[in-house]
Design a protein around this ligand. Structure first.
Ligand SMILES: [Zn+2]
Length: 129
């Protein structure tokens, strides 16, 4: 027993400042957190062996909100050809169903975006008159 306490007192503080800094910068680079592990093997209460190492742990991502089921999502509501409003459910995180543009990505290229801008300008002008 006495031997064990002596052992603990004799071992240098771990991790040392230099090692700690080094490992932590590496963890930052990897976008991980450091877990310092000390494993002690005892025999008759005396520390026989000591193993020390560190793990780069993936930080736990914040819990994601549960996605709405299709039946919980609102109706699309677009006007159908027969005049009724669409009763299909909207695409996740969108406001229209898959048949009414819910899957559309919108203009992606710069030329496409400019085309939409021009169209909106033209329509705005028509409204003013
Ligand atoms: Zn629809």
């Amino acid at each position: 027993m006495n031997n064990a306490t002596d052992n603990a007192a004799n071992t240098p503080p771990w991790p040392g400042d230099k090692l700690k800094k080094c490992v932590e910068t590496e963890a930052k680079r990897l976008n991980r957190e450091v877990e310092w592990v000390t494993e002690v093997v005892k025999f008759d209460g005396v520390i026989v062996r000591e193993r020390r190492w560190w793990n780069f742990v993936k930080p736990i991502p914040p819990p994601k909100l549960p996605k709405l089921l299709k039946s919980e999502r609102p109706f699309c509501g677009a006007r159908c050809r027969d005049g009724h409003s669409c009763r299909a459910r909207v695409v996740e995180d969108r406001r229209r169903c898959r048949m009414h543009g819910g899957l559309s990505t919108g203009p992606r290229s710069e030329a496409g975006r400019e085309r939409i801008r021009e169209s909106n300008r033209r329509r705005a002008k028509l409204k003013q008159v």
